[in-house]
Design a protein around this ligand. Structure first.
Ligand SMILES: CCC1=C(C)/C(=C/C2=NC(=C\c3[nH]c(/C=C4\NC(=O)[C@H](C)[C@H]4CC)c(C)c3CCC(=O)O)/C(CCC(=O)O)=C2C)NC1=O
Length: 161
């Protein structure tokens, strides 16, 4: 896993150079938003269950997915879906704190699309639920932190698509 700091240092090191202006600007921006990130992570962790619940209500409840024949039907599958959404929220929060998406590639997206396809978990509906979490989260943490979290929710969606 990388973060904003190791990522710019690694790429400067590969070139055998000190940090250039672009790299320094990335770091300055990362440090300047540090408090915002920590505050957002605190709010998200205190409200995680509510975020997931509201996102499900906005996107999946009362659709065919929760009726007999749907992929969320039966409490076992419903619970698996809620658990998956909680994974996405928690890992997006880690990535937002790190300022880097690599943890998502390594611990969430690796093999996920194949698993979903083999189990018949609908990817379009999953993406909708993640987009709903993005909206609910932004409503809770405010526009600046919401935009930052949005980067990583979108990253998960494109990794699944
Ligand atoms: C931390 C990284 C990580 C991820 C991401 C993860 C995902 C993940 N979700 C799974 C299943 C599942 N995922 C869903 C999810 C959904 N079905 C829907 O219709 C909705 C659209 C959607 C929720 C948004 C469901 C229903 C299953 C169970 C499918 C089945 O067994 O038939 C499975 C198969 C094994 C299991 O049931 O536990 C994995 C590996 N596991 C991990 O360790």
């Amino acid at each position: 896993m990388q973060d904003a700091i190791t990522s710019v240092i690694n790429s400067s090191d590969i070139q055998g150079k000190y940090l250039d202006a672009g790299a320094l600007e990335k770091l300055t921006n990362y440090f300047a938003t540090g408090e915002l990130r920590v505050r957002a992570a605190t709010t998200i962790s205190a409200n995680a269950a509510t975020i997931v619940k509201e996102a499900v209500a906005k996107s999946l409840l009362y659709s065919d997915i929760t009726r007999p024949g749907g992929n969320m039907y039966t409490t076992r599958r419903y619970a698996a879906c809620i658990r998956d959404l909680d994974y996405y929220l928690r890992y997006a929060t880690y990535a937002m704190l790190a300022g880097d998406p690599s943890i998502l590639d390594e611990r969430v997206l690796n093999g996920l699309k194949e698993t979903y396809n083999s189990l018949g978990v609908p990817i379009g509906a999953t993406v909708q639920a993640i987009q709903a979490m993005k909206e609910v989260t932004a409503g809770l943490v405010g526009p600046d932190a919401g935009k930052e979290m949005g980067v990583y929710f979108d990253y998960i969606c494109s990794g699944l698509s």
